[in-house]
Design a protein around this ligand. Structure first.
Ligand code: AMP
Ligand code: MN
Ligand code: MN
Ligand code: MN
Length: 276
C-alpha cells in the first residue's frame, strides 16, 4: 500500500487545488493520502469528496506552525475533525499572526532594497491570512531577484537572512492540545530539518512526547536516506508511531512528489494503522 500523509494545496502554500492534489496522488498510485495544509483545514472537504469519487483512502490533516525555543516547529495533526471549535479558533489565530508577520517581512525586505514584496507575495496566496515565506519566495523568483525558491530561502528568507523576522508561534502544548481535542494524532513533521544540536533534538522529542505527541515523520521528503534510518531508530527508542510524508507543494519546485517515498521498515508502527 502506498501512503503519503503530508502535502499542500493552494489553500496554503502549494500550487494545485485540493482536488488536483488528490487527483495527482491517485495518478501516482497513492492508496492513502492526507492533505496537510499549513494552519488551515479549508481544503479538506473538497479533497475528501474527490478521494471518495476516485476510491482512494483519505485522512483529514493539518500542519500547525508552533514554536520551540527559537525554532519554528511543524506539527502534523492526522485524523482531526476540522470543525472542532478549539481547532478552528486556534488556527484562525495562527493565520492572523501570519499576516502580521508578513507585514514585518515586507518592511525587512524593503530595507534591503526590495519594495512591495507583501503586495507581490499576496498575488501568489489564495487568501491574505495564509501568506507565508514560500509566497514571498515565488514573488522574488518572478522578479528575477533569485533563480529559484530554494535560492530565495538561502539568501533572503532562512533564519538569519535579511527577510527573516522572528515570530511568536503557539507552544507545542497548545498546538497538540487542539489536535487531540479534535480527535487527531499529533506527528512531529520533518524532524531532521530543524537546525538544533543533537542534544536539543532529543529535548525537543521528549518535550513533544510529554506534551502528547505520538508520531514522527520517519520517511520525509526533507530527509536524506541516512536521516530516514536515524529517525526509524529514534521511533523505536521513543516508541513513536511512524509516518511517510512527501511534503509535496508543487510540481517542479524542488519538493518530493506525491507517493515518491519508500515504505517504512516493517517493525515500525504505522501512524495510519488506527486512523482509517
Ligand atoms: P512559513 O510557514 O511561512 O514560515 O514558510 C515555511 C515554508 O517555506 C515551508 O512549509 C516550505 O514550504 C517552505 N520552505 C522552507 N524552507 C525552504 C527551502 N529551503 N526551500 C524551499 N522551500 C522552503
Ligand atoms: Mn509549505
Ligand atoms: Mn513543514
Ligand atoms: Mn509541509
Amino acid at each position: 500500500m502506498k501512503v503519503d500523509l503530508h502535502c499542500h494545496s493552494n489553500i496554503s502554500d502549494g500550487l494545485l487545488t485540493p482536488e488536483a492534489v488528490v487527483a495527482r496522488a491517485h495518478e501516482r498510485g497513492v492508496d492513502l493520502l492526507a492533505l496537510t495544509d499549513h494552519d488551515d483545514v479549508a481544503g479538506l472537504a473538497t479533497a475528501r469528496a474527490k478521494a471518495a469519487a476516485l476510491g482512494m483512502g483519505f485522512i483529514n490533516g493539518v500542519e500547525i506552525s508552533a514554536g520551540w525555543k527559537d525554532e519554528s516547529i511543524h506539527l502534523v495533526g492526522l485524523g482531526i475533525n476540522p470543525e472542532h471549535p478549539d481547532l478552528a479558533a486556534g488556527l484562525h489565530g495562527v493565520r492572523e499572526g501570519r499576516l502580521a508577520r508578513a507585514k514585518r517581512m515586507d518592511e525587512a525586505l524593503a530595507r534591503v532594497g526590495i519594495p512591495g514584496a507583501l503586495e507581490g507575495a499576496l498575488r501568489f496566496a489564495s487568501q491574505a491570512t495564509m501568506v507565508g515565506r514560500l509566497h514571498f519566495a515565488r514573488y522574488l523568483v518572478e522578479q528575477r531577484i533569485a533563480p529559484d525558491v530554494k535560492s530565495v530561502f538561502d539568501h533572503y528568507l532562512a533564519q538569519g537572512k535579511p527577510g527573516y523576522v522572528s515570530h511568536e508561534w503557539v507552544s507545542l502544548e497548545t498546538a497538540i492540545g487542539w489536535i487531540k481535542a479534535s480527535g487527531g494524532v499529533a506527528v512531529l513533521a520533518h524532524p531532521g530539518r530543524y537546525r538544533v544540536s543533537r542534544k536539543d533534538l532529543k529535548r525537543l522529542l521528549t518535550h513533544f512526547q510529554d506534551a502528547g505527541g505520538e508520531g514522527i515523520e520517519v520517511n520525509s521528503g526533507a530527509h536524506t536516506p541516512e536521516q530516514m534510518k536515524d529517525f526509524a531508530n529514534i521511533a523505536r527508542q521513543y516508541g513513536f508511531k511512524a509516518s511517510i510524508a512527501s511534503d509535496f507543494h508543487a510540481p517542479g519546485e524542488s519538493y518530493r512528489d506525491l507517493g515518491s517515498l519508500p515504505a517504512l521498515p516493517e517493525d515500525l508502527i504505522p501512524v495510519w494503522r488506527d486512523l482509517h
